[in-house]
Design a protein around this ligand. Sequence first.
Ligand SMILES: Cc1ncc(COP(=O)(O)O)c(C=O)c1O
Length: 297
Amino acid sequence: MMMSHSRGHRAPPGRIAYVGGRYIAHGEASVHIEDRGLQFADSVYEVCAVQGGRVMDEAPHLVRLERSLSELGISMPMVPDALKIVLREVARRNYLRDGFLYLQVTRGEATRDHAATDAMHPLLIVTAKRIDPKAIEKRRAAGVAVVTTPENRWGRCDIKSTALLPNVLAKTDAKKRGAYEAWFVDANGFVTEGSSTNAWIVTADGHAVTRALHDNILPGVTRSVALRAAADVAIEERAFSLEEAYTAREAFLTSATGGVMPVITIDGRKVGEGKPGPVAARLQALYRDLSQKESMA
Ligand SMILES: Cc1ncc(COP(=O)(O)O)c(C=O)c1O
């Protein structure tokens, strides 16, 4: 086995990736230097949670993938049912019970030229990552810190593109400042979303507030399943300002990687009593139940 590379962080032996039609040792998997994903971030991605061997919220993730691709004029690398088989096979080959599946579609390989053509063949990459679900539950019980940063992204944040430099810089800065997530704040003082999560607050009368989709944010799958699951939780889909967030009763994040995750401080200020609140806990339970119901193996 050829596993002892000196380059960067290597996966543990036995990890398998899928790239361009082949299942291959993770450490040996590669793309061409003129792949447009590498050259131009001309590519999109999805991240699905796997719980107890089940791919969670798979259908809406694949719908969003298809939409991102179609907005960019990239064709689907295969039909959704075939994609599901590849996802399952990557999970199976990695003995993945709890973790994440990452899938990326690039526009493909071509001699470097900004202009894309219809003749390009999309490249599909799928990788698996194991996680300890207890670590996420521990984080959920403790709550997380958020810091804010000026919104500096483009006007098509609805597309789940791998052009993530603003998100990368915001999250890196947040980590340096001891926080878990960064919230982007637009020129009018309104919170847009996190670097890899949707943003929510809870008003004094217990309503859960999250920005509306037409306001240049990613249509989060967890956000949408949580909204459908909300039942007895009152919802307001509207923009909220950073000032409103500072004085909110609760705040939380949603994402495939963390579900509903309570926020206990924003820019070092306590949210509510500075501990996870009941609305976030209720929405997490409702989200988990609906997601499990809809994500049968
Ligand atoms: C910018 C951004 N917003 C929101 C989310 C949450 O989306 P989802 O719930 O589909 O994971 C993500 C996930 O990666 C993201 O990158």
